[in-house]
Write a protein of this length. Structure first.
Lengths: 152, 152, 152
């Protein structure tokens, strides 16, 4: 197979792009509503999240427990996660597994309407399709840090 | 029809996703340019907007009048509406009516380049396709407010 | 051909929408990583960037030199470019040339995690497809400025 044909074949289809965006739109509504169980349900049973500080939560039970412990920090603020620049990589040998990376901006709006921002993050996910629906199998969250300036 | 098949059928196609995103890209360029009549033309004749404060404007004439009255608040600022996490729901019985919800962040940049933010919003739209082109039939704007913390 | 048919035909397909978004996701990862050569490689050899201040850099060599000169302003900050509201216009006579415009928000996060914002921008690109891959042939960056209020 020519390289040109391979390049074309590895392109993300519009349908897949819309499917992944829709999955995140639903998942983020749940986390932003502090619907912890609903959010955990968007992961596989053995799903894992590695937070930017290195903390790791594997399995829905530990994920839910960790999120419950963090709830007080969301008192009196409306949190929203904004995504951008999705990169979706498909595995030709397994069309039900996707690697997705994206930018994340997190706003926190208080009762007076004042918006503040968490640092920006870049996230690497592995999604799997089970019974036709996407689930997150793993998520690694990287806090964006300054890069070393290249030699000039 | 099996449930799995229904789930697959209700998925948003890439073409529809691109069509809706393109509609909003055009609509927001008009509102951000303070092109009030052009913005109103992206609504149906009987289109309705329910603002976050509960104010309701129905019909293009009232919509235009309300926006004109609000123009002074946009003096010397460049406003931009940013969308994210579109959720598009189609009606199998009527493919020309769509329910769309999305996150909105609104930036206001002054002449010196300083950016400030309005509170974040979540918006629920009903779009209709007329002669092949989408129009907004109704828009309900919700200001994002803190949720009650779930019992731990 | 009727006008309705033309309107339908000029619609952006989901596949094209995903292709363009994926192109920008890759291009922005390079510029945000200060990978100057990698970023320049996403332009055609004669590619041109016209900055918001009117400065113009044509060709990869001048583009790279200009970016190198600007590197010190990115010391100790993580920069991220956020896009929204892509408008993709295709040329029926040349399917390998696209006009794309989009909103841009630029965040700068310092080592402590504090986020600051550049003014917002609207960008007009011409993309070309060469050997199946998109490249930027020209980019004109407009700083968003207040519009004159329409007469009321």
């Amino acid at each position: 197979m020519s390289q040109a044909v391979q390049a074309v074949r590895s392109k993300v289809t519009g349908d897949l792009y819309a499917e992944v965006q829709t999955f995140y739109a639903r998942q983020m509504r749940r986390v932003d509503a502090l619907d912890i169980e609903g959010f955990a349900d968007t992961f596989t049973d053995d799903g894992v999240v590695v937070h930017a500080n290195g903390e790791r939560a594997q399995g829905r039970e530990r994920m839910v427990a960790g999120m419950r412990a963090n709830l007080p920090r969301y008192r009196d603020i409306a949190v929203r996660h904004w995504f951008d620049h999705l990169l979706i990589e498909t595995d030709p040998a397994d069309e039900d597994t996707l690697r997705v990376s994206y930018y994340t901006l997190v706003t926190q709006t208080d009762r007076e309407g004042k918006v503040s921002f968490q640092p920006t993050f870049t996230v690497d996910d592995v999604l799997v399709r089970r019974d036709g629906e996407l689930l997150t199998r793993s998520r690694v969250i990287h806090r964006d840090t300054p890069v070393e300036l290249p030699a000039s």
